[in-house]
Design a protein around this ligand. Structure first.
Ligand code: KG4
Ligand code: ZN
Length: 340
């Protein structure tokens, strides 16, 4: 059986062809980084217009790589939650149109659950039950994942997502968008103890939530005092940039790691799965590998190519299809987070 999976939740236009045995036959990701770079973050209207232009060529390319034609598809899956409303709509309309014209079933994918499922896909074995940590540009959350279709939100950021903080801090210290990879590179030359930044909520053992807006403000006030609005014009020398990047990155990693360990303790689960764009961070991956092992738990981090948004992780649709979870054609988008 061949399933076409579509992903247009934010600023990547992606399509993949997956079999019911979880084989990936073809996959394409068209990134829009070059369109949003000069704004320092994703501009929703630009993102949805770019999806309109790219979705059909991306689908054609994915089918071509898989060596199949539209008529060979048995189902179409689409990430319809959460994400940017305009972006989600493009994927959903494309998926519904294909379902109507080909007469095949429509499967809904929750983008956050798909980020966790990337670990299942890569490990090629069952990773459930597990604690799922999703760290991306739009979300930072912990889930209790009883099985591939059983997700319960344990906690999430109360303000900015970790990736958003990476992107905003990069822009403050003169690094390009997307900020995550740029901060990671700069941090390699920096001292992570040069600045002592806050680790909000880290010592609160009752909460599995995160907060990164205070950290962002702390970086800003380190560059220039609270009163200065022209702080972006302040010239930082390369060592200062590297030290700020390393100290900021370490603070984010401490929070993510601390709460992941707390979630394992609180749930009694022994497996941690980590996905989302920020999971590509080398320092985060290294610290997780060391400390999750020390805690006696098993760690699965999505491989680099499956961390940032992609349609391959939409393979979770295979689980939904097998469970009979087929959608009506009045399926809508849900830009906000669905808690279960
Ligand atoms: O999952 P994703 O592609 O999109 C969302 O669903 O949001 O995540 C994008 C985010 C961006 O904020 C980007 O800066 C961050 O992931 N990111 C990283 C790294 N690579 C991408 N953050 C830290 N270190 C990285 N190496
Ligand atoms: Zn994502």
């Amino acid at each position: 059986m061949h399933i076409l999976t579509l992903e247009t939740t934010c600023d990547e236009t992606s399509a993949a062809v997956i079999t019911d045995r979880l084989e990936v036959l073809g996959s394409v990701v068209a990134s829009q980084d070059e369109l949003h770079g000069r704004f320092g973050g994703v501009v929703p209207e630009i993102a949805s217009r770019a999806h309109v232009e790219r979705i059909l060529p991306v689908i054609d390319e994915a089918l071509g790589r898989a060596g199949i034609a539209l008529k060979d598809l048995d189902a179409v899956a689409v990430a319809n939650t959460p994400g940017l409303a305009g972006s989600l709509l493009i994927g959903l309309v494309a998926a519904k149109t294909l379902c109507v014209t080909l007469g095949v079933p429509l499967i809904a994918v929750n983008h956050l659950q798909a980020h966790i499922y990337a670990c299942r896909l890569a490990s090629k074995k069952d990773v459930f039950p597990c604690v799922g940590l999703i760290v991306s540009g739009g979300h930072t959350s912990l889930y209790r994942c009883g099985g591939p279709l059983e997700f319960e939100l344990l906690g999430s950021t109360i303000d900015d997502a970790a990736g958003e903080a990476f992107d905003k801090v990069a822009s403050m210290i003169g690094l390009p968008y997307p900020g995550g990879p740029a901060i990671q590179r700069a941090a390699e030359q920096g001292n992570s103890r040069a600045y002592r930044f806050p680790r909000a909520l880290l010592n609160d053992e009752d909460r599995l939530d995160f907060s990164f807006s205070g950290l962002k403000t702390a970086v800003r006030y380190t560059i220039a005092g609270p009163g200065r609005t022209d702080f972006k014009s302040i010239r930082l020398d390369p060592q200062q940039v590297a030290d700020l990047a390393a100290s900021f990155q370490e603070a984010v990693v401490d929070c993510l790691l601390g709460k992941a360990l707390l979630a394992l303790r609180q749930t009694g689960m022994r497996v941690l799965c980590v996905g989302g764009g920020v999971a590509a961070n080398t320092r985060l991956r290294g610290r997780l590998e060391e400390e999750i092992q020390l805690a006696g738990a098993e760690l699965h981090i999505a491989p680099l190519e499956l961390c940032t948004d992609n349609a391959v992780m939409g393979a979770i649709a295979v689980e939904r299809y097998k469970a009979g979870l087929i959608e009506d054609l009045d399926l809508d988008i849900s830009p906000g987070v669905v808690r279960k």
